[in-house]
Design a protein around this ligand. Sequence first.
Ligand SMILES: CCCCCCCC/C=C\C=C\CC(=O)SCCNC(=O)CCNC(=O)[C@H](O)C(C)(C)COP(=O)(O)OP(=O)(O)OC[C@H]1O[C@@H](n2cnc3c(N)ncnc32)[C@H](O)[C@@H]1OP(=O)(O)O
Length: 201
Amino acid sequence: MALRAALRQKCGLIGILSQPSSSGSHSRVSAVLVSQMRNNATSPKIKVDFNQSTGVAVLSMQSPPVNSLSLDFLTELCISVEKLEMDRACRGLIITSSLPKVFSAGLDILEMYGKSPERCGEFWRAVQEMWLKMYSSNMVTIAAINGSSPAGGCLLSLTCDYRIMSDNPRYSIGLNETLLGIVAPFGTDKNIIKNTHTCSN
Ligand SMILES: CCCCCCCC/C=C\C=C\CC(=O)SCCNC(=O)CCNC(=O)[C@H](O)C(C)(C)COP(=O)(O)OP(=O)(O)OC[C@H]1O[C@@H](n2cnc3c(N)ncnc32)[C@H](O)[C@@H]1OP(=O)(O)O
């Protein structure tokens, strides 16, 4: 019931958020998706287990050493989510990490150093696409945060409807990217304290 209510509530939101974008920002992922579906390729950085009987998919991030959000990783993540969205049987999505100790280390720092302006633009568009796609997903989304989740990892979890974090004092979460001079837009962190629940590890 709770899942259904959350889904209904979300569908109202999606009506607003899924208006066609004049910037065409979703077209890159869609183009990649189409070509990948044609090639029937599988992704090594993301593993998806979809349970037909529950309608819930578990998406495990498995990009060692720390699931950093590189351009490739973000693209694969968006493709995986897009594929699940196209499957009407899939109602819920749990995002977690298959690495020990780390959910996601956030944006891949190597993407932000010594790259061409074009590549930087592509990278930041992919970041934006990721959180818009997650935030406007028609599935009920849950981040099962089973390790540290700084900066962009925290952002990823904030795009989900619910967050549950392992109750382990060695794991940290938060928008610490200001230490690198990256400033989160106002309001990005509004839910983190209120809506992050912890559970025993
Ligand atoms: C227009 C767009 C709008 C977008 C809105 C923006 C809103 C703003 C919101 C978010 C912004 C996010 C910006 C970022 O995410 S910047 C990245 C910030 N991340 C960090 O500072 C994390 C740093 N890493 C750690 O704290 C730790 O590594 C930790 C994740 C806790 C794991 O610790 P541990 O298990 O001890 O592992 P190591 O530290 O030894 O690391 C292992 C190797 O992984 C490399 N590494 C770590 N983090 C990153 C990263 N983010 N990117 C790339 N590589 C990373 C590390 O260098 C080690 O490599 P090596 O073994 O070769 O030395």
